[in-house]
Design a protein around this ligand. Structure first.
Ligand code: CTP
Length: 431
């Protein structure tokens, strides 16, 4: 006997409807957890499994956990045209894992099965979470399909680096179920997509923590993972910007990013950013740039026999100050303030000192926020507008909020009126 669908409220006007597409990859088992998380978050989840997915996971598992039985075929469903019902009723369609085949079919408009037909039959926002072996992920054909989908407004939840099927290690592992679920919930909370509201703009984003050499093998660095910077680059590219990403970390390059400049130290980052700055419409300094570096890094490895070395440090140059001073008219300059104490006061001080238009105040001591996490909680602090609180969300949603603010600043939008009911937090510490 096949299990009955889990009891969940019948969809009402307020129950968001999610089509969860599962395609044929080893990571299909993780989609079970995505399904459970979305149901637990109050969504009505309709699973659609491809033939390939059914080789890895069973439809009864999804039927038991989702809000309606799993759909597996264009022809064996109770409804004669399941793809149009599923597509029309969906508030969001998410495909996790998305195989190279499904991405290619969707990008080229081919509907060979129920999942691809549903993707073509929906006007709802679509989220795809690709997963595949590193060689496949890095194929220009796959990357071009993703760039096409991203340019059309599809939200891409990029794969992570890690252990893959067969014991290989590399980029291509499906993002964590909580990251995928958070992206779906972010899209639902967010309403319709922003479209290409950064079309034609040049956006430079820095990401990661700089590394300052002590000797041939050792560095001074910080815990920045670059995830927030990459999410900003991905979101800006999806919205049509020509994105330059200056990064210290090796992560899969988000689809549509035009230029990637790899750097290590604060000085290298400065050398990459400063000459490019005058031509940019928007600069987002999400990188955690070292404030100090060893005065005389050793060319050779320092041996431990001589005891702990005395390392003299000197300040690095704060080139965001230079960017603020030399800012061309119309450019929007955004900084980040990673803080643990007096978060908003420190952020505001840096906003003024560095002549920024916006600073993203990031309490890196708060649960689920800051370095290494997939989620973040920030306050957007402006020169001439009321602060805007972005509650704990996945980093892509935070990126969307930052770029929404950039778009508003470019329009010269009037300062928003304080809304005392929504936790607007001028002067309050981030909880
Ligand atoms: N920044 C920079 N160059 C530096 C240091 C910081 O461009 N040498 C930029 C960062 O990328 C960030 C902003 O300045 O966008 C704030 O960085 P942060 O380290 O928070 O502030 P600092 O001014 O270095 O102050 P403190 O370390 O005392 O908090």
């Amino acid at each position: 006997m096949s299990p009955q669908p889990a009891v969940s409220p019948q969809p009402t006007d307020r129950t968001p409807r999610v089509v969860l597409g599962v395609s044929g990859g080893i990571a299909a088992y993780k989609a079970v957890e995505v399904c459970r998380r979305l149901v637990d978050s109050g969504c009505h989840v309709a699973p659609v499994l491809t033939e390939g997915a059914l080789r890895f996971v069973g439809a009864p598992t999804f039927s038991a956990l989702a809000s309606e039985p799993a759909h597996t075929s264009l022809f064996d469903d109770a409804s004669p045209i399941p793809h149009t019902r599923l597509g029309q009723e969906a508030d969001v369609v998410v495909v996790a894992p998305a195989t190279a085949r499904v991405l290619a079919d969707y990008a080229s408009g081919r509907s060979g099965d129920l999942l691809t037909a549903t993707l073509l039959a929906t006007r709802a926002p679509v989220v795809v979470a690709p997963a595949m072996h590193t060689e496949m992920w890095e194929q220009p054909a796959v990357q071009e399909n993703l760039a096409t989908l991203s340019a059309r407004g599809v939200v891409i939840v990029p794969p992570e680096e890690g252990r893959l099927a067969g014991g290989d290690v590399g980029a291509g592992r499906l993002a964590a179920p909580e990251t995928i679920a958070a992206a779906v919930l972010g899209v639902l909370a967010d309403g319709p997509s922003r479209g290409r509201d950064l079309d034609g703009l040049k956006v430079l984003v820095t990401a990661g923590g700089t590394r300052e050499r002590i000797d041939a093998v050792r560095v001074i660095s910080n815990r920045s993972s670059g995830k927030q910077g990459y999410a900003l680059a991905a979101e800006a590219a999806a919205r049509g910007a020509r994105v330059t990403l200056v990064t210290t970390v090796e992560r899969p390059v988000p689809p549509g990013v035009a230029e990637v400049v790899r750097v290590e130290s604060a000085a290298e980052m400065e050398a990459a950013v400063v000459p490019r700055a005058p031509g940019q419409d928007v600069i987002v300094m999400a990188a955690a740039v070292a404030d100090f570096r060893p005065v005389e890094p050793s060319e050779r490895k320092i041996k431990k026999d001589g005891g702990p070395p005395a390392i003299s440090l000197e300040p690095t140059h704060d080139f965001l100050v230079d960017l603020g001073r030399a800012k061309p008219a119309g450019q929007v300059l955004v900084g980040f303030a990673a803080e643990t104490d007096d978060v908003l006061a420190n952020a505001r001080r840096k906003l003024v000192a560095k002549q920024l238009d916006l600073i993203v105040a990031n309490d890196v001591g708060a649960p689920g926020a800051g370095f290494e996490h997939d989620t973040n909680r920030v306050v957007l602090v402006f020169a001439n507008r009321v602060d805007h609180d972005v509650p704990l969300s996945d980093k892509r949603t935070v990126a969307r909020a930052v770029l929404d603010a950039v778009v508003d600043l470019r329009k010269g939008a009037a300062p928003t009126a304080p809304d005392l009911t929504d936790g607007t937090s001028q002067g309050d510490p981030i909880q």
